[in-house]
Design a protein around this ligand. Structure first.
Ligand SMILES: C[S@@+](CC[C@H](N)C(=O)[O-])C[C@H]1O[C@@H](n2cnc3c(N)ncnc32)[C@H](O)[C@@H]1O
Length: 368
């Protein structure tokens, strides 16, 4: 049997097994392994490929990131991610955490060029999230700013993809941003109480009928409207932590251009922004990886997948995507070129085992 056929048979056998297990890791070149995964579908592919000319992970000359020219590196990644498209469900998405490379003061625009190539290959470019590393280390360069962020590129296979914004909404975001203090728990009101329909009708009538001649004193205040809608004006909103009496949007009423009208935030929280402020950790123990915080992957998994979905990481490294996927009840397949990384990812995922995640028996990593 030729090497090629043997490899294909091994990967196919592997696929048959994933159904009954929570995760699997395969050792090999992602470009090759992905070809043999045809027919298997993932709801999300979440990965951080080696950055261009940042570090060496071993001595294998199939290692991506060590190409002499940026174009060659981009070609390797395009090859992997274009093949990944066939492995996504029709509503699936691809997430790439990637940084740029600077050469002689020039930024090579690696993330932007990769995004252009993937759009040309048919992906929909949904978002370029900034992962702001709030504890970034100041650089000693004399002419450049310190690099304090990386990109999280979000693509979908089709125009519509599976997303669950409710799973990642932000509560108390204004407190987090230092604008409002966190109120005492017993003063936060989640749901309306004693909503007064007659009062709502009376207030709506006044607002609707208001003319330029209506004096401001005849218009309802935000406190009155809040009370009518069942919110105590002295209580706090669970989403933005503002008092309900200050919880307003501005509207033209009569001739009053900026009249404040009571508004309610979504009680499940606000939409998160596309800047994610997440601290990075230099190393996990003695592992020397470009650290990819679990918190970052956690947001993506909850937003882009459901329980029992399949998640793929073609550059698994220490297995962060696998750790978070399995702990959130998703099934995971990881690929890495090096045996040490596959072994490490395996033990990291096992170590993070939580009984709630219902992690099933694992098999030794497959070598291809
Ligand atoms: C940035 S690291 C991934 C880090 C990972 N996200 C984590 O949480 O640890 C990139 C990984 O890609 C692997 N790699 C490099 N070339 C590869 C290839 N051709 N196929 C598969 N994996 C490769 C490296 O061994 C390295 O572990």
């Amino acid at each position: 049997m030729s090497k090629e056929i043997k490899l294909r048979a091994t990967v196919r056998a592997f696929i048959l097994h994933l159904d009954g297990e929570s995760f699997r890791l395969i050792q090999g070149d992602a470009r090759q392994i992905i070809k043999y995964l045809t027919g298997f579908k993932f709801r999300a592919i979440i990965t951080s490929p080696p950055y261009y000319r940042h570090r060496h992970y071993g001595g294998d000359n199939h290692e991506i990131g060590r190409e002499r020219k940026a174009e060659e590196y981009l070609e390797s990644l395009t090859q992997v991610f274009t093949a990944c498209k066939d492995l996504l469900t029709e509503d699936g998405s691809l997430w790439i955490i990637i940084g740029d490379t600077r050469r002689q003061h020039e930024k090579l625009r690696i993330p932007h060029r990769l995004a252009d190539r993937l759009v040309q290959s048919g992906y929909i470019f949904r978002e370029d999230i900034i992962w702001y590393k709030k504890n970034n280390v100041s650089s000693s360069a004399r002419n450049n700013f310190s690099q304090a962020y990386e990109y999280v590129l979000f693509f979908s296979k089709n125009r519509r993809s599976y997303t669950n914004l409710d799973a990642v909404r932000v509560l108390g975001n204004e407190a987090a941003e230092g604008r409002n203090k966190q109120p005492p728990a017993n003063r936060i009101q989640y749901l309306p109480k004693n909503l007064d329909r007659n009062e709502i009708m009376r207030i709506s009538h006044i607002i609707h009928k208001a003319s330029p001649q209506t004096p401001i004193s005849k218009l309802p205040t935000t406190s009155e409207i809040a009370r009518a809608y069942g919110y105590d004006p002295e209580n706090f909103c669970p989403t933005c932590y503002r008092k309900f009496k200050r919880h307003a949007t501005r509207r033209r009423v009569g001739d009053h251009r900026h009249y404040p009208i009571f508004a309610v935030c979504n009680p499940r929280g606000k939409n998160p922004s596309n800047v994610w402020e997440i601290a990075t950790r230099a190393h996990y123990g003695n592992e020397h990886f470009a650290i990819f915080p679990e918190e970052l992957i956690n947001i993506i998994i909850r937003f882009a997948t459901k329980i029992d979905d399949y998640v793929l990481d073609p550059f698994a490294g220490r297995g962060t995507t696998g750790i978070v996927s399995t702990s959130l009840g998703r099934k995971f397949l990881g690929i890495d070129l090096y045996k040490e990384n596959v072994d490490r990812a395996n033990s990291n995922i096992i170590r993070s085992y939580s009984p709630q995640a219902n992690l099933k028996r694992f098999s030794p990593p497959w070598k291809c």
